[in-house]
Design a protein around this ligand. Structure first.
Ligand SMILES: NC(=O)c1ccc[n+]([C@@H]2O[C@H](COP(=O)([O-])OP(=O)(O)OC[C@H]3O[C@@H](n4cnc5c(N)ncnc54)[C@H](OP(=O)(O)O)[C@@H]3O)[C@@H](O)[C@H]2O)c1
Length: 309
């Protein structure tokens, strides 16, 4: 067990390098269909969630804002994250302002840039501009280091209490850190027992960067929740498979962002269970079994993001 970092089981918040607490479990909002996400957010906050993970790209921040308002919890009790999309890398303040307007907020607690570390060319309102051959139109004249410099300026405005990154491999983090005045507070990456990201998690933690798990349940229709080890541990604890994988990530010191629009699942997903050292070890090593390791979220960027799988 000792070769894998761990946090106190059941911990409710971790600390960002700004000193601010970040709730360990946050509600994901990607692919929450129109008409569903406001209710999901309201139901999550009423069930005790204080952390909501949003993004400009998800196209539903106005509904997330409605859910936040309907829940009636004071703003300062909530931790809201949003992300800057590739077409805003040269102008992150515009992206953040648009998100804030839609969310009905005047600041976010965490702003992640490089939703993917890939600047896209700006062509009207297109979210994913394409080249004539159908490939994604990447802005080759702009770098992640330049984007981070603009993020640091944006942080100074107070509209983003902390700034971080998303989908950054160690190689990309090293590029940013080589120029950064502010160390990213978080790195949001795909992470579940079939993609445990041990090296990247350790690297982030060694730099004071809080790792965040997206698609922690293996995303919609993924194989993780049906895995025999996961279901066996779940039945031993009288818990849902989702609680097992969420608690496993949290017990490693990783913030976890399960998405659900189903009130009963939203409620159980936030109930962490305590896994034994043996269960942690088995889950930590599950992806080493033949055929298990998988990266589920792989947009066709046509760029090597230099992840160490
Ligand atoms: N930074 C990035 O590039 C990035 C990429 C992907 C995701 N994210 C963030 O991470 C969040 C989570 O990732 P994700 O949406 O890909 O997938 P996920 O949270 O791994 O899985 C969501 C799926 O699991 C189902 N589910 C939820 N709770 C369950 C439970 N207790 N038992 C069984 N099934 C359950 C949901 O269904 P129902 O909703 O129908 O209940 C949904 O189909 C996103 O919403 C987003 O906020 C970020």
């Amino acid at each position: 067990m000792s070769q894998y970092p761990s946090a106190a089981p059941g911990q409710k918040t971790f600390k960002l390098n700004t000193g601010a607490p970040i709730p360990v479990v946050g509600l994901g909002t990607w692919q929450s269909a129109p008409g569903e996400v406001a209710k999901a957010v309201e139901s999550a906050i009423k069930a005790g969630y204080r952390h909501i993970d949003c993004a400009w790209m998800y196209g539903n921040e106005h509904e997330v804002g409605e859910g936040i308002k309907a829940a009636g919890v004071p703003r300062e009790e909530l931790f809201i994250t949003t992300k800057i999309w590739g077409t805003y890398h040269r102008r992150p303040e515009e992206g953040l302002d648009d998100s804030l307007k839609k969310l009905g907020l005047d600041y976010v607690d965490l702003l992640l840039v490089q939703h993917w570390p890939i600047p896209l060319i700006i062509r009207g309102d297109e979210k994913i501009p394409l080249n004539a051959d159908g490939s994604r139109a990447i802005d080759a004249e702009w770098t992640v280091e330049q984007t981070w410099e603009l993020m640091e300026k944006l942080h100074a405005t107070g509209k983003a209490k902390a700034i971080g990154v998303s989908n950054c491999s160690t190689a990309y983090l090293e590029r940013i850190l080589s120029k950064a005045k502010i160390v990213p507070a978080a790195n949001q990456i795909e992470l579940h027992p079939f993609l445990p990201q041990h090296k990247l998690v350790s690297y982030c933690q060694s730099k004071g960067i809080v790792p965040q798990a997206y698609s922690p349940l293996g995303s919609s229709g993924g194989p993780v929740l049906q895995d025999p080890l996961v279901t066996e541990i779940a039945s031993k604890h009288g818990a849902d498979p989702a609680q097992v994988v969420i608690s496993w990530a949290a017990q490693r010191g990783v913030v976890v962002l399960p998405k659900s629009v189903t009130p009963s699942r939203i409620a159980t997903n936030a109930k962490l269970i305590t896994l034994s050292d043996d269960e942690m070890l088995k889950l930590n090593e599950l992806s080493q079994q033949p055929g298990k390791a998988v990266r589920l979220i792989q947009p066709a960027w046509g760029v090597d993001l230099q992840f160490d799988n």
